[in-house]
Design a protein around this ligand. Structure first.
Ligand SMILES: [Zn+2]
Length: 332
């Protein structure tokens, strides 16, 4: 079953009405057709704890209050344009994901698409035990583990788990990316391959100079042919990696006794092995515990001190960054 982004039936009726301007549909008819033909294959995702998109919210609130037909049409045009932009970003990701599952591109090169994100910490409270639900432990404050995943489409899922003392900044993500890349290089010659890293817009983790420098470094050192970093529009970042997290959360909830980080590692390794249907295209699930990360941030800041990029985060910042060697570009 496919799930549409959170919203109401009225919101979706408005979008349909905008597409078919010459016809009028009542909400009653819309609900009847939906119930008859789509209820078993299409749903609306319930609201989550993730922040909703400010732009969508603004458009919806204005549309709700506008009585003037022309003004409504104008506002709806702007709203649809925003939705089309977010959809176009997703289509680019889906294309890269499909290509990553193929053996070779028509040009003879390989393309690997990766997506990364961090999971909600509340699912990883330690220790996890039935006894923690008793009154005696009511006020017991438990530390949480952090968990991030890197899915290399068509190849593997790499999951890193760490305690609260390990810093979770750009160095953490670079370390995870380097780990996944290293494992990929064990099986494939990535020197002639393009690597696309997809993530949300979080400037603390991926949209920062540390990650850019690392991408530039591996491209210039010919570790890979070229790299690209792609970001989905803020608050429209719900993707397959979140569905993967949802399956992991269900598995953790069904595992009442997990007392140490090693137990979580073992449990998630078993989860990957016993549920090949969750990520059918990624046969390998690698789970490891991180005791500390390399200080990539300082290392790359010193090594690339003459190439600090500004304006890469925040509203209006680019959503794609490509790293190519000048000698490989046509006309150079
Ligand atoms: Zn939006």
């Amino acid at each position: 079953m496919k799930l549409l982004p959170p919203g109401t039936f009225t919101d979706y009726l408005r979008l349909l009405q905008d597409k078919r301007k010459c016809e009028r549909f009542s909400l009653k008819l819309f609900l009847k057709v939906w119930g008859q033909f789509f209820s078993d294959r299409l749903g609306i995702r319930p609201r989550s704890q993730h922040a909703t998109c400010g732009i969508c919210k603004k458009h919806k609130m204005i549309l709700k209050r506008l009585a003037n037909t022309r003004a409504r049409a104008g506002q709806m045009k702007e709203y649809v344009r925003h939705l089309k932009r977010t959809y176009a970003d997703r289509v680019q990701y889906w294309q890269a994901r499909s290509t990553s599952r193929l053996f070779f591109l028509p040009c003879g090169r390989r393309s690997f698409c990766m997506i990364t994100d961090g999971m909600d910490r509340s699912k990883f409270k330690l220790p996890r035990s039935r006894i923690m639900t008793t009154k005696e432990f009511d006020s017991f404050s438990r530390p949480s583990l952090d968990m991030s995943a890197m899915i290399t489409h068509g190849h593997s899922c790499v999951i890193a788990i760490s305690g609260p003392r390990v810093g979770k900044g750009s160095s953490w993500v670079v370390d995870l990316f380097a780990n996944a890349l290293h494992r990929l290089a064990d099986q494939h010659d990535i020197r002639s391959a393009e690597v696309i890293l997809q993530s949300d817009n979080c400037s603390k983790e991926t949209k920062n100079n540390c990650m850019m420098h690392f991408m530039g470094m591996i491209t210039s050192l010919k570790k890979v042919y070229r790299t690209e970093m792609r970001y989905l529009q803020t608050a429209h970042t719900h993707e397959d990696v979140d569905q993967y997290f949802s399956a992991i959360a269900t598995h953790i909830q069904a595992s009442p006794e997990l007392h140490t980080p090693a137990d979580f590692v073992r449990s998630l390794t078993n989860f990957g092995r016993d549920h090949p249907d969750v990520r059918p295209y990624e046969p390998n699930t690698i789970v490891y515990e991180v005791g500390g990360t390399r200080d990539w941030k300082s290392f790359l800041a010193i090594g690339c001190r003459n190439s600090h990029l500004k304006g890469i985060a925040g509203p209006g910042a680019p959503h794609v960054f490509a790293f190519d060697r000048a000698e490989d570009l046509p006309g150079e």
